[in-house]
Ligand binder design. Structure first.
Ligand code: PRX
Length: 650
């Protein structure tokens, strides 16, 4: 990779938890914390074995960890359980039976609540419908749904019968769905007619129809009624899930799953090739999600916890569904956009439902800042006691605003670093223990051995930038990439000779042992907390007839963190114009999804290259960031001249 990681940010403010917060926190005694943290690193099997036994097992595990086939881990070897059993059944014999598991609000404002007993029955009904249509243990099921309770129910129903869920974010295009369904070998799809987004019904079933056109292998498309929009129907393949569920039995025994049976696939972008299906298994994943949700969000029985992430991302898997439900928490789910029908929508929901723990993304926080404090402050936020962020580095200004305006300087903030691959939070403050620093994810979580190393894998000095690695296996770690063990080894384990898990992030560790994440060091971009591969967008661009070559880089953006800037060279017979730029943006949106739509398309005579033919991305990044003079968009720019002037050689 050969690129220097510079560490320039310096931030000295520090905010220890208040006495009031500590008085009721799950962990607040520094000595107890130190003892547990040391145990988790020095005797991980003792630590994790004890935590795992807090969850219900259908058959006890014999061994905590088998790391002999490194980097392929096995956790809780020989144990059997079921994710829906852990999330639901265990609560049915306790006071939580009649506690709300889910509180849902649709974008138009309707509210539906499910107690744990009701959610259990709903999940069993769906599970029975899936079974009756022949969905079996180990079969892969793709989900493409809006943020409605039925999405959570469908996820847990798959888990209940041992089917592997592969949730596809509702913003992805037909082509992206098709790629994922094909790669995962999915045999069924669960979708909805449509869902509400920004005051309109966004069709979903029609996108699934387009994705599946001409594709063999999917025997059933289960459809939930939500949008009421007109849809086409393929007899024999399509069934109304809600209608069948109403007639199905509310009892369905959970399939006893081996700890290492796959629970789900979730596709994410890497720097090369097509998106990869990250594979998570049952036992370890649940233990990781359970413990982190418990300690990081300090969950208590009287909390109403709201993670605003879509279930289409890993945050929605681990911290909307599995982590909180395994803890018996009450979870708020909201269908719509944060500014529909007004920019105070989130804060209205906080006030109305008395949200006590809020977990959201820096990009959302920056949008709220821009929309103006008055949309926040006109709603009562006294129910809030803890705030969290995830998905990208948070700038200290946004952190301070979150603390002072949203949290009225009362709520600790947990800035949680983790990845689709890690399954659970890895670096984070513990709200009753850690003195938080604006912009830092602070310290490794229990059992996490994080380090910042140089090119050779040697730990670098205090405050020096380097590569972020994890040196020990952890329960919720990915078990591989679906269908491609070699790529798993190559992507995550080859950089440091098999010794460490390579995160792909740059970081520095300060004098207090706090980590400051500096973003990706590979060709992966983070736009509004969404991970996008430059290569994927480039291949979408060159699939357009006008484009000969394309290079995509990120440029800093006030709201989304990074914005996509595409440089393209076009073929004979096409001319650079604002209209073509718009057409190409739409083309990418159509190929991948709206989230990948470039903010800017710039035309170039030729892309600047090194003598060995590599595109000079650093130069393009500088140009995109406006560090080089910008010309008129409708003319072809000659970057090679600029490259010669700068004498760049990457
Ligand atoms: O670059 C890091 C950034 O998001 C990447 C993981 O993206 P994804 O797999 O989509 O998962 C996002 C939600 C867990 C990381 O490699 N990232 C995530 N959280 C943080 C972060 N960067 C800085 N601070 C964070 N708290």
């Amino acid at each position: 990779m050969g690129h220097q990681i510079e560490s320039i940010l310096r931030e000295n403010r520090s905010f220890p938890p208040s006495a009031a917060f500590r008085a009721r926190a799950r962990i607040s005694d520094p000595a107890e914390y130190e003892r547990l943290y040391r145990e988790s690193l020095e005797q991980p099997e003792v630590f994790w074995g004890r935590v795992a036994r807090e969850l219900p097992w259908l058959k006890p595990f014999e061994r905590v960890l088998d790391w002999s086939a490194k980097p392929f881990a096995k956790w809780f070897v020989g144990g059997r359980t079921n994710a829906s059993y852990v999330c639901l059944d265990q609560h049915l014999t306790t006071h939580r039976r009649d506690k709300f598991a889910l509180v849902w609000e649709g974008e138009p404002g309707e509210v539906v609540r499910y107690t744990y007993a009701e959610l259990h029955a709903a999940v069993c009904r769906y599970a029975n419908v899936l079974k009756a249509r022949g969905v079996k243990k180990g079969e892969r099921v793709a989900l493409y749904m809006p943020m409605i309770p039925e999405l959570v129910i469908a996820v847990l129903a798959c888990a209940r019968i041992g089917a592997v869920h592969s949730v596809i974010f509702g913003g992805f295009s037909a082509q992206s769905i098709r790629d994922r369904v094909e790669d995962g070998g999915c045999t069924a799809v669960i979708t909805a007619d449509g869902g509400w987004r920004r005051g309109k019904v966004l069709p979903l079933k029609p996108v699934v129809d387009e994705a599946l056109a001409g594709l063999a292998g999917v025997h059933t498309v289960f459809v939930v009624r939500r949008g009421g929009n007109l849809i086409e129907w393929k007899d024999g393949r399509d069934v109304w899930l809600d209608e069948l569920a109403a007639q199905a039995s509310p009892e369905c025994p959970p399939e006893p799953m081996d700890s290492e049976d796959t629970l789900f696939l979730l596709y994410t972008s890497g720097s090369t090739g097509k998106p990869k299906g990250i594979r998570h298994t049952t036992g370890g994943y649940l233990v990781g999600a359970y413990l982190s949700a418990r300690f990081v969000f300090d969950l208590r029985d009287d909390d109403l916890y709201w993670c605003t992430a879509d279930v289409g991302w890993v945050t929605g898997h681990s911290y909307v569904i599995y982590g909180p439900l395994a803890n018996g928490a009450s979870v708020l789910l909201y269908e719509g956009a944060p500014n529909t029908p007004h920019p105070g929508r989130f804060w209205e929901l906080v006030a109305k439902h008395k949200v006590s723990v809020l977990y959201t993304a820096p990009t959302a926080i920056r949008s709220f800042m821009r929309w103006g404090d008055e949309h926040v402050t006109r709603f009562d936020r006294s129910s809030l006691r803890l705030l969290g962020t995830v998905g990208e580095p948070i700038n200290p200004e946004a952190w301070m605003w979150y603390r002072e305006v949203v949290g009225e300087s009362r709520c600790p903030i947990v800035d949680t670093w983790w990845q689709t691959e890690t399954g659970s939070i890895q670096i984070t403050p513990l709200p009753g223990i850690t003195a938080a620093k604006p912009g830092s994810a602070t310290r490794p979580f229990f059992g996490v051995d994080a380090a910042v190393v140089d090119e050779h894998g040697n730990e670098v000095g205090v405050n020096q930038g380097g590569y972020l690695v994890l040196r020990k296996p952890w329960p919720a770690m990915l078990r591989g990439i679906h269908g491609d063990d070699a790529r798993y080894v190559e992507t995550y384990w080859s950089k440091f000779g098999g010794r460490y898990y390579f995160t792909g992030d740059g970081a520095r560790k300060d004098q207090d042992g706090c980590f400051w994440i500096m973003g990706r060091v590979d060709d992966v971009l983070n736009v509004a907390g969404h991970r996008l591969s430059t290569m994927e967008i480039e291949s979408a661009l060159v699939s357009h007839a006008a484009v000969v070559e394309a290079a995509v880089v990120g440029r800093p953006d006030e709201i989304s963190g990074e914005a996509l800037c595409a440089f393209v060279t076009i073929g004979p017979g096409h001319s650079a114009s604002p209209a073509l730029a718009e057409l190409l943006k739409e083309h990418v949106a159509k190929e991948i999804g709206k989230l990948a739509r470039p903010a800017e398309v710039r035309f170039a005579e030729a892309l600047p290259k090194t003598r060995s033919g590599k595109i000079m991305r650093r130069l393009l990044r500088d140009i995109a960031a406006g560090r080089e003079v910008r010309q008129d968009t409708s003319t072809l720019e000659d970057f090679s001249v600029l490259a010669r002037l700068r004498g760049d050689e990457e």
